[in-house]
Design a protein around this ligand. Structure first.
Ligand SMILES: Cc1cc2nc3c(=O)[nH]c(=O)nc-3n(C[C@H](O)[C@H](O)[C@H](O)COP(=O)(O)OP(=O)(O)OC[C@H]3O[C@@H](n4cnc5c(N)ncnc54)[C@H](O)[C@@H]3O)c2cc1C
Length: 385
C-alpha cells in the first residue's frame, strides 16, 4: 500500500488493540506499547497457578451489550460461553437478590406481594415530599424510601465512592432501580457472556496481525513519537501533560485474595451493603466459568479507596472539581496535532467493554476517512465533557 502510515498506539487494552487491528487490516504499520507486562489492560485474566481457576486480575468482568456489531466483532476472536450475572448482597445478617426485584422486596418486607401490590408498597415507602431531587440520596429516597435506600444503596455507595450519597448528584440514579418481577439478571442487555478462555486471548487474537508489533513493559517515551504519522494515546490524559495542573481523581481497588478448599459462597458476586464491613464485595472467580469444574474457590475481597500516584486508576470520580481540572487538560489537548486520546483513561470516563470496542471501531473508521479525505483527524471522537 502506497499510503501506508506509521501508527503508534500507547496502551494494549481493548481500545489500543481494536484501533490497531482496524488500521493494520487497511495496510498501515502499527506499533503498540504498554508499560505493563501483559496485554488486555484492565480486562486481563489469567489462570490462578494453584487452582487453575480463571481469575479476572483487575476485578470481575462480565461482557454484556445490545450492540450487535460489537458482539459479532468479539465473536470473531473468541468463543463466548453463555453466562448470566446474578448478584447477591448480604445486609443485616440476611442475603438478598440484586438488583432489587420482587424476590428482594418480598424477603425484605416479609411479604408475598404480587407485582402490583409491590408497586403500591414501594410507592407508599417512597418520600413524596422530595419534589426535585438534587442528590443521589434524595433520588433514592424518592424512588424507594428510607428502608431500601439504607439497606441497598447507602453503605455500599459510601464504601465505593468514599463519600455520602448526599454529596453525589441525583443523575447517578437515573431510573427506578427496582424490578416488579422475579428477573434477577443483573444486566438487561440482549447479549451477555463470558469468553471461554478469559479475556486475554481475545486481545492477543485481535493483536495477532502481521502489521502489528507489540512491546510490553515499555512506558511511552518522547522518542517513540519520532517518524510516526499518528499517535493514539489510551493512557491517562493528565499523565500526557505530566500532571501539570494536578491529578484527575480516581478510585482504586485493593484485592485481598484468598483460597478455600470448599466452595466459598456458592455464587460469583456477593455484595456487602453495610458500612461497617470494610469491603464492598467478594467475588468467587470459578463461578465466572460455570462450564468448568473446580472443587475449591479462589476469591477476591474488594476494597475501594482514593487512588494515589502509584496506584492503578479504576473509576474516574468526575465530580465538579475533577471536571474543572479535566477542562484544563482538554483545552491543551484540543490544540494537539497528529494525536488522539481514546479509551477509559484517555477520555477520563467509565466505559464498559462494549462501549470501549464500539468507540475504538468508530475512531479507527474516522482516522481512515480522514486520511482518504485529507482532513485533520480529531483529537477526540466522542464528547468527553
Ligand atoms: C473493577 C472494574 C470492573 C469492570 N467490570 C466490567 C464489566 O463487568 N463489564 C464491562 O463491560 N466492563 C467492565 N469494566 C470496564 C473495562 O475494564 C474497560 O472497558 C476497559 O478496561 C477499557 O479498556 P481501555 O483499553 O480503554 O483501557 P485499559 O484496559 O486501562 O488499557 C489501557 C492500557 O494503557 C496502558 N498505559 C497507560 N499509560 C501508558 C503509558 N504512558 N505508556 C504505556 N502504556 C500505558 C496501561 O498499562 C493499560 O494496559 C470494569 C472496569 C473496572 C475498573
Amino acid at each position: 500500500m502506497n499510503n501506508s502510515k506509521n501508527i503508534l498506539i500507547v496502551g494494549a487494552g481493548f481500545t489500543g488493540a481494536v484501533i490497531g487491528r482496524e488500521l493494520a487490516e487497511q495496510g498501515h504499520q502499527v506499533r503498540i506499547i504498554d508499560s505493563r507486562s501483559h496485554v488486555a489492560g484492565n480486562c486481563y485474566s489469567e489462570r490462578d497457578e494453584k487452582t487453575g481457576i480463571m481469575v479476572h486480575t483487575y476485578g470481575p468482568h462480565i461482557f454484556h451489550t445490545d450492540n450487535q456489531v460489537v458482539w459479532e466483532y468479539l465473536n470473531r476472536f473468541t468463543e463466548m460461553m453463555p453466562y448470566v450475572n446474578r448478584v447477591k448482597t448480604t445486609v443485616n445478617g440476611k442475603v438478598f437478590s440484586l438488583p432489587i426485584n420482587l424476590h428482594t422486596i418480598n424477603q425484605f418486607f416479609e411479604t408475598t406481594c404480587s407485582p402490583s401490590e409491590a408497586r403500591a408498597l414501594i410507592e407508599s415507602k417512597s418520600d413524596q415530599n422530595i419534589v426535585d431531587p438534587q442528590t443521589f440520596e434524595e433520588q433514592a429516597l424518592r424512588f424507594v424510601g428510607k428502608e431500601l435506600y439504607e439497606a441497598f444503596f447507602k453503605g455500599y455507595t459510601v464504601k465505593q465512592w468514599g463519600m455520602s450519597p448526599a454529596q453525589l448528584p441525583a443523575s447517578i440514579l437515573k431510573r427506578l432501580p427496582v424490578r416488579f418481577n422475579y428477573d434477577d439478571n443483573y444486566f438487561s442487555h440482549k447479549y451477555q457472556g463470558m469468553p471461554k478462555e478469559g479475556y486475554t486471548p481475545i486481545v492477543e487474537n485481535i493483536l495477532n496481525h502481521p502489521n502489528i508489533s507489540v512491546e510490553l513493559e515499555r512506558a511511552y517515551q518522547e522518542e517513540d513519537s519520532e517518524g510516526i504519522d499518528h499517535l493514539f494515546f489510551t493512557g491517562p490524559i493528565d499523565s500526557w501533560y505530566s500532571y501539570r495542573f494536578g491529578r484527575l481523581g480516581y478510585r482504586t481497588l485493593d484485592f485481598d485474595k484468598f483460597y478455600t478448599e470448599e466452595d466459598f459462597q456458592g455464587t460469583a458476586v456477593m455484595n456487602y451493603g453495610e458500612e461497617n464491613i470494610p469491603f464492598t464485595r467478594i467475588t468467587d472467580h470459578k463461578y465466572f466459568a460455570p462450564w468448568e469444574k473446580h472443587e475449591g474457590s479462589v476469591c477476591y475481597r474488594e476494597f475501594s479507596r482514593t487512588c494515589m500516584p502509584d496506584d492503578t486508576p479504576y473509576y474516574p470520580i468526575r465530580q465538579m472539581g475533577e471536571m474543572e481540572l479535566l477542562n484544563k487538560y482538554l483545552s491543551l489537548a484540543e490544540q494537539e496535532n497528529s494525536m488522539s486520546f481514546a479509551g477509559r483513561l484517555g477520555t477520563y470516563r467509565y466505559l464498559d467493554m462494549d462501549v470501549t470496542i464500539a468507540e475504538a471501531l468508530n475512531m479507527a473508521r474516522i482516522y481512515l476517512d480522514s486520511i482518504e479525505n485529507g482532513e485533520k483527524m480529531p483529537v477526540f471522537t466522542v464528547n468527553v465533557r
